[in-house]
Design a protein around this ligand. Sequence first.
Ligand code: MRU
Length: 366
Amino acid sequence: MANGIYKPFWLDGESLVIIDQTKLPFSYETLKLVTPDQAIAAVKNMNVRGAGVIGNVGAFGVYLAALSTDKNSAGNLDKIKSIAQQIRIARPTAVNLTWAVDRVIRILENSYNSGRDLIETAKQEAIKICDEDVENSAKIGKFGCDRLQEISNAKSGKTVNILTHCNAGWLAIVDSGSALAPIYEAQARGMDIHVWVDETRPRNQGAFLTAWELQQAGIKHTIIADNTGGLLMQYGMVDMCIVGADRVTRRGDVINKIGTYLKALAARDNNVPFYVALPSSTFDFELIDGIKEVEIETRNPDEVLYMQGLNDQGTVTKIRIAPESSQAINYGFDITPNHLVTGLITENGICAANQTAIADLKPKTA
Ligand code: MRU
């Protein structure tokens, strides 16, 4: 996990270096995380973001916690567990964060009983989670791309137009993302593809991050205002939607970036297939009803009231876009009910978004 080219973070000695995603696409900067508090702040402030990657940083945060408790002994489990509690609540909606932190803690509890070094054990488990994400995202890419191939064949090789929302590329899940993994695979297979990139207000992860990734990879794409997708679907200009997910309940309700639900509604009304790509770690088998049971993050209203971009002098500037006295509310995610989802693309294959099909998902050869 050490190259730092297709990964949004990497280990450097006893610290974790992250690409600061709040600075993209205008500048490429990194941040060094040495303490667990720095890891928590990086997740809260969205220097790192995306369900998979906040899980990875959470897991490495436990490693940093182990280092911080006592470098010269084998670590102190109780202190590590109390710091881990803070890490796992840094953001509430993506289940990958709690999943990854809890997984490292479980291993540490077993190691503690068998007298193993907690620091090294935490580090190795965090690396293992990361390596599994790399493998899973490659498989998601292959399974999802098979669907794109069917569309391409039906169109006699003409351009396949895919609409995506937010950022679900390698900045969000190592190594090639979830929703963007089939797109990267399609490019590798030489398919003619074009991506409609929802800008994804208020934080613009589509315009800032997805467009940056696609432009770096040389994939044809067009940024659209968030409300444009419905019209494009009515005009027959979208062949397939693929989005990522932050949490998927056991009956297949999908919690993803705010605005996903409206795209799913438009897709259903226009017979456009609507797929959700996710590694199995994004399933939350404890929950059934996405609307009633999932905590939706609300963030600072200033993210709605202000926008950031390059001014004419080439300087990154923040400007207010609403009257001084107006208030805003900033829900980060929404819920797409399972009946609007055509299929879930996972590392174990594609399944329908219902409880039986999800429970029956077993590893298949990609
Ligand atoms: O608030 P963010 O930028 O962390 O939200 C990210 C998303 O909603 C992604 O679509 C999601 O994490 C799926 S990709 C892992």
